[in-house]
Design a protein around this ligand. Structure first.
Ligand SMILES: [Zn+2]
Length: 311
């Protein structure tokens, strides 16, 4: 990466640029100190990541760049989150790709995501129903390489949500992710809007298959000879209406709705949250969204950090 360095000459007279750079640096260092002081609790991987991010921000400031402020949440914001969660037994979580990126799964739409990588076709073309039908081998090559990630494990966000469900505080998780990590962390009521890589079925006889057939055969075929397809909603396909209806049900009945790791820019995320009628809408996201001004509590941080620090 070609970073513009911020050079401050050892003279008393500082240019406006040098002053700005120093101010940014000072600000970033203060924020880091605040962050570290606040983190006087058992270290978790997410906390370490947050700390590292803060250090990167200091580095950025030293290089004359604007710190991203990504993981900077205040103790007061964390306290409010804790109080809202403690007081409720009807929480619904709506999560996007950001929940899984902390487990090392790339976010399609983020800056580092798949959309910015180079393939013969854009991911949204490869992951379409038409492409699956006509270029099945190419579909599976991409799917195996990019959609099924070996050795991934649930992160602090998944575990924190599973714990809330066990404590009978969380009613449902609605996710746009297809990796099954919520279930791996122990969550039971998970509504997978886009399906799951762990479920596969024969397009001829509907026989179910687990993920191993996808990994083992170049073009996975059923015993009957039919083509096996992942139970994943491809582009051009519509969402499972029953799952969608359940999601609407839980969101409309929820006391607290926590939205995490999604920019809310993709259907159905943006439209689903309008079913929430309460006044405890919490948004936890690393970057800005067009909904930031409409939520009751906005935490500009990672889900793992926010939920993992809760207790
Ligand atoms: Zn079959």
């Amino acid at each position: 990466m070609n970073r513009k360095r911020c050079e401050v000459k050892p003279s008393l007279r500082k240019s406006r640029k040098e002053i700005r750079c120093l101010q940014n640096t000072k600000q970033a260092i203060n924020k880091t100190i605040e962050h570290v002081e606040y983190g006087k609790r058992p270290a978790t991987e997410e906390y370490a990541n947050g700390y590292l991010q803060a250090l990167h921000d200091v580095q950025a400031a030293l290089n004359g760049e604007k710190p991203s402020g990504k993981y900077w949440v205040t103790p007061a914001e964390m306290q409010t989150l804790k109080e809202i969660i403690d007081a409720s037994d009807n929480i619904v979580f709506f999560g996007g790709a950001g929940v899984s990126t902390e487990s090392g799964i790339p976010d399609f739409r983020s800056v580092d995501g798949l959309y910015n990588q180079q393939y013969d076709y854009p991911p949204e073309v490869i992951l379409s129903a038409t492409f699956f039908q006509h270029k099945t081998a190419d579909f599976y090559k991409f799917y195996r390489n990019k959609m099924i990630i070996d050795g991934i494990k649930p992160n602090a966000a998944h575990f924190a949500l599973a714990k809330l469900e066990r404590e009978k505080k969380l009613k449902a998780i609605i996710t746009q992710n297809i990796d099954g990590l919520h279930q791996a962390a122990g969550s039971e009521n998970v509504l997978e809007l886009h399906g799951s890589v762990h479920r596969n079925f024969c397009t001829e006889c509907n026989r179910p298959y687990d993920i191993s057939i996808i990994l083992e055969m170049e073009i996975p075929l059923c015993e009957c000879g039919g083509l096996v397809k992942p139970d994943v909603v491809l582009y051009e396909e519509s969402l499972n209406q029953a799952v969608l209806a359940q999601a609407v049900h839980y969101i409309s009945q929820a006391d607290v709705l926590i939205i995490g790791g999604t920019s809310l820019s993709v259907y159905p995320a943006a439209s689903l949250i309008y079913y929430y009628g309460g006044d405890k809408l919490i948004l936890i996201n690393n970057s800005e969204t067009s909904f930031d001004a409409r939520v009751n509590l906005l935490l500009r941080t990672s889900i793992g950090y926010a939920l993992g620090q809760k207790d």
